[in-house]
Ligand binder design. Structure first.
Ligand code: ATP
Length: 549
């Protein structure tokens, strides 16, 4: 199957902003694709070559791609950079240069979906010796055979920045329509596998009944169930009736999978961090019967048994070297609060039942605890308030309020799990640009232009944030800005959307200056969220809700 056919679909998708039209375009396309290509095409319609649950990292830096483009099309790096500055998008520059280039110097191989897909996978897998030149060689092979349009979309996919406003929901609906499958069944299969390519292949080959059989498998991480903000303990408990309240720990969420003899730890971004926390493997093995399972909890950093800042745990899970030293300096404690699988999938059981199973199978140890939990009802709201006070006095963040009768729904942020914190709500935003400082700070990016995502996953700027950063963090952030730089203009720098900041602010206000139409008063950086990706940032919709409230 030719890559050109997919490029035509990309072009059609770029011509409309309407969701239903996008779904219709993809439905028609998916219907006629053979079994060999369906999983690839579905992933590529999302701009991916690896499913979301994969540990492979697809995107490469803009700099390598610009270097490749400069070599392939025989233009200087500074010309490529000038063009990127002008168009703001490397894909378009690749298209333009490809069209300008006389064709005779190029191979005339027709690109297939399989070849493009496998080549981009290969680029992601290259590491070690001469990795940059090996990557450039593969990009050259691709781009030198590509037409202008193909070069544009290959570049965008290599960077993992397709941006056609096609999200998972649109692709899911197109799969349902193309293969005549109930939307709820497709949605559930997607939620349990995190791999829409696999879902489409099953839908095509095995139909609705086959798709129903897809389920949780230990070793394959699932998106965590997320919490909404509680407006107040009293209000939430009156609404929920019976509730399970738990201490809310301030660390990072960890999903632990035991699959045969193998133990793996995944973050909420589904990143495998097992190698960074090897001291937790034995306690987990000793803490449970020798069965396959998936449990979930929060890992926190402690000193003398007391919780210490969340940043320590972030640094620990990122660490690749000197791990032994880190184990001593930043001891970890795990508080488990859920079980998703034990011998068999458990997510359809109620929280109450799951907690009972967790309590029955766990053997508590030094590093392994259960979250502190109480049962509360409308008559005993005071117990939840006491738990909240107790949690804060012990250095934790607040409480969770959970509906005991509810199943576990991966990836959903619903009303069945709430969080109530002492501190006001913050926003998770992505950095898209910045400005170098003046005087003493001219070597540092002092102010950061940050963005939220709209309903089509397009990034929209919302504020400049310049406070809350000590010199060490400024230096670290500046290095990251250089690493992810797309281009600069005077003292301004524009970057790939990779750095996630959690920011506090005093108020949401209307502002024509930013693309969201809103801005934040007195924004302050609370922390860098390396456990979150651009998919996890807040939405413009959530900002509007905050503005109204
Ligand atoms: P979110 O996970 O909601 O996107 P976040 O990572 O910024 O946002 P919070 O908003 O502070 O976290 O609250 C939710 C998180 O609280 C959970 O994802 C989990 O990591 C953590 N947490 C701590 N203790 C518990 C607990 N007992 N039960 C469930 N989650 C807990």
């Amino acid at each position: 199957m030719k890559y050109k056919e997919l490029v035509d679909v990309y072009e059609a998708l770029s011509q409309t902003t309407k969701k239903l039209e996008k779904i219709a375009i993809l439905t028609d396309f998916f219907k006629n694709i053979d079994s060999e290509n369906i999983d690839k095409v579905v992933l590529m319609s999302l701009g991916l070559v690896y499913p979301k649950n994969s540990e492979e990292e697809q995107g490469i830096g803009d700099k390598i791609l610009m270097k490749a483009i400069s070599q392939i099309f025989g233009v200087s790096i500074s010309k490529v950079e000038d063009n990127v500055r002008e168009f703001g998008d490397i894909g378009q520059v690749a298209e333009k240069l490809s069209k300008e280039k006389t064709q005779q110097t190029f191979f005339s191989k027709e690109l297939t979906i399989k070849f493009v897909f496998n080549s981009i996978r290969k680029i992601a897998n290259i590491s070690g010796d001469k990795s940059q030149s090996r990557k450039i060689a593969i990009i050259s092979e691709l781009l030198s055979s590509a037409s202008g349009g193909e070069a544009k979309y290959i570049s965008k996919t290599i960077l993992e920045e397709l941006r056609l406003g096609v999200g998972e929901a649109i692709v899911r609906d197109a799969i349902s329509n193309a293969f005549g499958i109930d939307k709820e069944i497709t949605e559930r299969a997607a939620m349990l596998t995190n791999d829409l390519g696999l879902v489409a292949k099953f839908a095509k080959e095995k139909g609705e009944n086959g798709l129903k059989k897809l389920n949780l498998i230990p070793g394959r991480p699932v998106k965590p169930m997320l919490a909404q903000l509680s407006p107040g303990i009293d209000i939430s408990l009156k609404e929920m009736g019976n509730a399970i309240c738990e201490t809310k720990y301030d660390g990072i969420r960890i999903q632990i999978h035991k699959n045969g003899n193998e133990i793996n730890f995944f973050t909420r971004k589904l990143e495998n961090v097992t190698n960074a926390i090897p001291e937790m493997i034995e306690p987990i093995k000793n803490g449970f019967p020798n069965e396959d399972f998936i449990v979930e909890g929060e890992i926190i950093a402690t000193r003398d048994g007391k919780p210490i800042s969340f940043q320590y745990i972030l640094h620990r899970v990122r660490r690749k070297y000197n791990i032994d030293k880190a184990i001593k300096n930043v001891p970890l404690t795990l508080y488990l609060f859920d079980v998703l699988y034990y011998k068999t999938p458990l997510i359809d059981k109620s929280l109450k039942k799951r907690r009972e199973i967790l309590e029955r199978i766990i053997k508590l140890g030094d590093k392994i605890n259960l979250s502190t939990k109480i049962d509360v009802n409308v008559e005993t709201i005071y117990k939840a308030e006491e738990l909240f006070k107790d949690s804060i006095s012990k250095g934790h963040e607040g409480i969770m309020i959970k509906d005991p009768d509810e199943p576990y729904i991966p990836g959903i942020r619903g009303k069945k799990m709430l969080k109530f914190k002492a501190e006001p709500e913050t926003l998770d935003v992505v950095v898209v640009g910045g400005t170098y400082g003046l005087g003493r700070r001219s070597n540092f990016v002092g102010s950061y232009l940050v963005a939220l995502k709209d309903e089509d996953n397009k990034l929209k700027t919302v504020a400049h944030v310049a406070t809350g950063l000590d010199d060490e963090t400024l230096e670290h952030l500046t290095n990251l800005m250089e690493k992810y730089k797309k281009y600069d203009k005077g003292t301004k720098i524009f970057v790939e959307p990779k750095i996630i900041l959690e920011i506090a602010y005093s108020e949401v206000v209307k502002s024509p200056e930013y693309e969201t139409g809103y801005s934040l008063r007195f924004p302050v950086v609370k922390r860098i969220r390396i456990d979150k990706g651009v998919d996890d940032i807040n939405t413009v919709e959530s900002l509007k809700t905050m503005f109204k409230s």
